[in-house]
Design a protein around this ligand. Structure first.
Ligand SMILES: *Cc1c(COP(=O)(O)O)cnc(C)c1O
Length: 582
């Protein structure tokens, strides 16, 4: 069984039905409760979910977001179904001679409290595949998963491959049948990225097959489908061939007119799923203000697609130290929905003292050290960060645009900052399978650290980055470093975990961070990477100094919380989605 370190979280269920009504009435004059019901829930489709305590490991932010949506729905008693695959295999990493080694573990849904419901079938041109439908009810929310022994693991196979298409078809058509099987009708369908597109087609096909005119059915499906985009560039998206659709997709569509509609979305025998997705979803959102503005998508006639921005949020009770949540609630900073209080939120934040911050962060450091005790660094040893040491962290997927190696551009300067300030630096992340560029960059960075007497003592790399490390570092680090190339991060949520836990954020002005002006955190600016690196080192010094000076510490923590606590709140995100949907 997994070590369930997220289970220390405390749930304060809402007190009464009136509370939920109050939340709903805050978002809509119409009674939302009439539009959403246990039989007609909010249906959220996602190829990736990141919820280890329920046996499903994701790859990154997309999956964490999906898991947090469900948790927020459960907390706020929103009728909600998360339709997602249960992957029988998941990938892990360990280090060997400073190389990342991938290995795989099997997962059995019985170990995670899922119930088997029945089987559904999807077809290919030559055969049919039985999928098991399994479910797990959690308050007003539930997991509804499809799975079968050969489903593979998340993102197995190349993008655009037959296996990926099979997974996406299984999730869309199989997931829709699963919904029918358990007696549910979707009030709305949210498509978390285009890999879930076939859910909308399954619905369209059902409406047409039950007698609705195809144009009416399209209008109806469009009105009740929300496409959430996390990617910036349409051209980067995978393409599929018509022949792949003939083998995997068309056999699952009953209506000839729906097949024809979909065939018309091909250009020169090739399709990107975003093309039919924007046709079948009238509601479209991006995941931060900046992202919604710059996402460059066009419809089939070349018209630019407009995205509404609903900035991602986090489920606060999962990602924030329970003592800090208690503090926010007791000091009128957050209300019982975990939204900033309406009455004098800023005034309440400004009363947070440096002594409170230090005390709470010390508790966070203890939690981090408990987690680090059963993890290992690049040498295979557990580590512990002394209570009196300052801790920086960089924790995210190792992809090039996030620039995990930026702080190592000038190793001696980094070493000097760490040594003078009695600081440590934890680097946590995983390289995606097959990403040889990052694989090499990670290995070179680890060799550099190994060859440097100071960095060797003070920089720790933790492999197999997962939620537990993500949580632990947000609780226990004093300052986190977020360095995406400006314009390439859609939103990011790691930085929200850091801000909500009263850490000092050092970041480029990108993704959701750019929802607010850059004077609200320790910003990295610069026209060249050299200037940005210089600026990063400068802000690391500022962070260390702030920690030993009450006035500066309060100044920065107050600024960050006033600017970003509302954005961080997953309840705010749910409110924004419900507002947009209804
Ligand atoms: C929070 C979290 C993420 C989100 O990462 P971003 O880079 O901020 O989008 C990814 N992976 C894990 C394990 C997380 O806990």
């Amino acid at each position: 069984m997994e070590n369930q370190n997220l289970d220390h979280r405390v749930y304060h269920p809402l007190d009464s039905v009136e509370d939920v009504e109050q939340f709903y009435s805050a978002i809509s004059r119409d009674k939302l409760t009439q539009k959403l019901s246990p039989e007609r829930p909010y249906c959220y489709w996602t190829i990736e979910t990141y919820d280890k305590s329920n046996g499903i490991r994701g790859g990154g932010g997309l999956g964490v977001l999906a898991a947090d949506m469900r948790r927020v729905a459960e907390q706020l008693q929103v009728p909600f179904v998360l339709v997602t695959p249960f992957y029988p295999w998941e990938s892990h990493q360990r280090m060997q001679n400073m190389e990342q080694i991938d290995y795989h573990e099997e997962r059995d849904y019985h170990d995670f409290g899922f119930n088997y419901v029945d089987n559904v079938r999807i077809k290919t041109s030559t055969t049919s595949v039985e999928l098991s439908v399994i479910e797990k009810q959690m308050g007003s929310s539930r997991f509804l998963c499809i799975t079968e022994p050969n489903f593979g693991e998340l993102y197995s196979g190349e993008s655009g491959s037959d296996h990926r298409l099979y997974q996406e078809v299984a999730l869309g058509f199989g997931g829709y049948q699963a919904l029918k099987l358990v007696g549910l009708r979707p009030a709305v369908i949210q498509l978390n990225e285009v890999a879930t597109f076939f859910a909308a087609i399954a619905r369209l096909d059902e409406l047409v097959s039950s007698g609705m005119n195809v144009y009416e059915a399209i209008v109806y499906t469009r009105k009740h489908t929300l496409y959430t985009n996390h990617t910036l560039v349409q051209a980067a998206e995978a393409t599929f061939h018509y022949s792949q659709f003939e083998r995997y997709v068309f056999p699952n569509i009953k209506s000839t007119s729906v097949k024809r509609w979909l065939s018309d979305k091909f250009t020169d025998g090739i399709i990107r799923l975003s093309t039919p997705t924007v046709e079948i979803a009238e509601l479209r959102s991006g995941v931060s203000k900046l992202h919604a503005r710059v996402a460059n998508y066009h419809d089939i006639n070349g018209g630019k697609i407009k995205f509404k921005s609903v900035t991602n949020g986090i489920h606060m009770r999962t990602w924030v130290l329970p003592e800090i949540m208690e503090y926010y609630h007791n000091h009128d900073i957050l209300d019982k929905f975990d939204l900033p209080t309406v009455r004098d939120f800023e005034g309440a934040v400004e009363k947070i003292t440096a002594a409170d911050i230090r005390h709470l962060k010390n508790l966070g450091r203890k939690r981090l050290n408990e987690i680090l005790a059963h993890r290992t660094d690049q040498y295979g040893n557990p580590i512990s960060i002394p209570e009196d040491a300052f801790l920086f962290d960089f924790k995210r997927r190792f992809v090039d645009y996030k620039r995990p190696t930026l702080p190592f551009n000038d190793p001696d300067r980094l070493a000097d900052i760490l040594e003078r300030n009695n600081a440590h630096y934890i680097l946590a992340g995983r390289v995606h399978m097959g990403d040889s560029t990052m694989f090499g960059k990670l290995m070179n960075t680890l060799k550099l650290i190994d060859s440097h007497p100071i960095l060797r003592q003070r920089v720790h790399y933790l492999p197999d980055y997962d939620e537990e490390l993500g949580l632990g570092l947000s609780l226990g680090a004093n300052s986190s470093i977020n360095t995406p190339i400006v314009g390439l991060e859609a939103c990011g949520t790691s930085w929200m975990k850091d801000v909500a836990n009263m850490g000092l954020l050092i970041s480029t002005h990108d993704g959701g961070v750019a929802d607010m002006p850059s004077d609200n955190y320790l910003t990295i600016e610069g026209k060249t990477e050299e200037q940005e690196t210089d600026n990063l080192y400068h802000q690391m010094e500022v962070a260390c100094k702030a920690w030993s000076n009450d006035f500066d510490l309060e100044y920065w923590v107050h600024k960050e919380l006033i600017a970003y606590l509302d954005i961080c709140s997953g309840s705010r995100m749910m409110r924004d989605y419900l507002n947009y949907l209804f």
